[in-house]
Design a protein around this ligand. Structure first.
Ligand SMILES: NC(=O)c1ccc[n+]([C@@H]2O[C@H](COP(=O)([O-])OP(=O)(O)OC[C@H]3O[C@@H](n4cnc5c(N)ncnc54)[C@H](OP(=O)(O)O)[C@@H]3O)[C@@H](O)[C@H]2O)c1
Length: 324
């Protein structure tokens, strides 16, 4: 079968199409014939070496795939065979025609949702839902959603008002993404390509403050937001490091302002994300969460897809499709 092999740590060119042996399911595993493979931002960071892959290279790349279950291992629910699902691998093996994954990771795709849409929305929706739950919005609060036109930010923007936000301020890069963030539900949008955008936020707020920040950018920008947050009440939910580092704020910054930094990463957090996958697809099928697809490319163009994500070009998810 065709698969995309990560040959080394590095730029998009390390992802190379190769013929490899088809996987066979072990106990507790299933094999899916992939129809839609989402290109995920964290995968690009793994490829670039920002975190360890934990196995020897070369290896078949990729975290998630959507398609039809074609085989189940012994002691695995055979009822899954023939079903449309999205699966999560153990960190490798999803950029392939046939994908082996734990049966327990399979999320059934509801009728009415295409396989490509399910692939596009699964990660964004399943991260956004527990973020909103942890924020415990009261119905009258102002939220700031960073990188709101794509990925997790786009799902947060769509769901925020229904989860108790009264005013949604978003950030996005450039006019096209700003327009999309507005369409998704943001009341106001600030361009985060301006390095002084936290100052623009404070100007926009006048004397008002932000109650909840969904921080995906991290780095030094996060510190600039603290004086725009509601004293004693403001919470910053840190879930991403788009700038290359987590929010650079310390107890010395937080305590005198009475602010809370809530960490939303790590193994326990990922358990809550996994538990939200079914609800994410259910909301998309019901039309309450729009899957955003930028483009569908043949599987053998995985390196081109990664280059697009590295260059911040896509407006929505890039999907890889075997056999195009
Ligand atoms: N904790 C978790 O459970 C979890 C789960 C998934 C992802 N994450 C993390 O959350 C963050 C967002 O992930 P995602 O999948 O939602 O990403 P994404 O939106 O699909 O893609 C990244 C977008 O962020 C924007 N951006 C803003 N500042 C950036 C910067 N300094 N460098 C690169 N891009 C920047 C870019 O859009 P513009 O053109 O608008 O600037 C880019 O298109 C990532 O750090 C990811 O690793 C965390």
């Amino acid at each position: 079968m065709q698969a995309i092999v990560m040959t080394a740590v590095g730029g998009p060119e390390v992802l190379v199409p190769r013929d490899v042996a088809a996987p066979r399911p072990g106990p507790g595993e299933i094999v899916v014939r992939a129809e839609a493979i989402p290109v995920l931002y964290p995968e690009t960071r793994l490829r670039a070496g920002e975190f360890s892959i934990g196995v020897e290279l070369p290896a078949v790349f990729g975290f998630q795939a959507a398609g039809v279950v074609v085989e189940a291992g012994v002691e695995t629910a055979a009822a899954l065979v023939g079903q449309r699902v999205v699966v999560n691998t153990m960190g490798l093996g999803a950029y392939a025609e046939l994908v082996c994954a734990p049966a327990a990771s399979a999320t059934l795709i509801p009728d009415g949702l295409t396989t490509a849409d399910a692939a596009a929305v699964l990660m964004s929706g399943s991260v956004a839902l527990p973020l909103l739950a942890r924020a415990r919005l009261t119905g009258t609060e102002t939220v700031l959603i960073e990188a709101a036109a794509t990925g997790v930010g786009s799902a947060l923007t769509q769901l925020a008002k229904g989860s108790g936000a009264a005013r949604v301020i978003a950030t996005a890069g450039g006019p096209e993404k700003a327009a999309l963030a507005r369409k998704l539900g943001a009341d106001e949008v600030i361009d985060h390509r301006d390095p002084h955008w936290p100052d623009r936020l404070r100007e926009q707020l006048g004397g008002a403050t932000v109650d909840v920040v969904f921080d995906s950018i991290g780095g030094t920008t996060a510190h600039g937001l603290l004086d725009a947050m509601t004293p004693l009440h403001g919470r910053m939910l840190g879930y991403g490091f788009l700038s290359g580092a987590p929010a650079q704020v310390s107890a010395t910054d937080l305590i005198p302002r009475g602010l809370t930094l809530i960490g939303c990463a790590g193994p326990a957090w990922l358990g809550t994300v996994a538990a939200a996958r079914g609800e994410a697809l259910g909301r998309a099928a019901a039309g309450h969460l729009a899957p955003l697809i930028d483009s569908v490319l043949p599987l053998d163009q995985a390196s081109r897809a990664h280059r697009l994500v590295d260059d911040r070009v896509p407006v929505g998810r890039v999907i890889l499709r075997p056999e195009l």
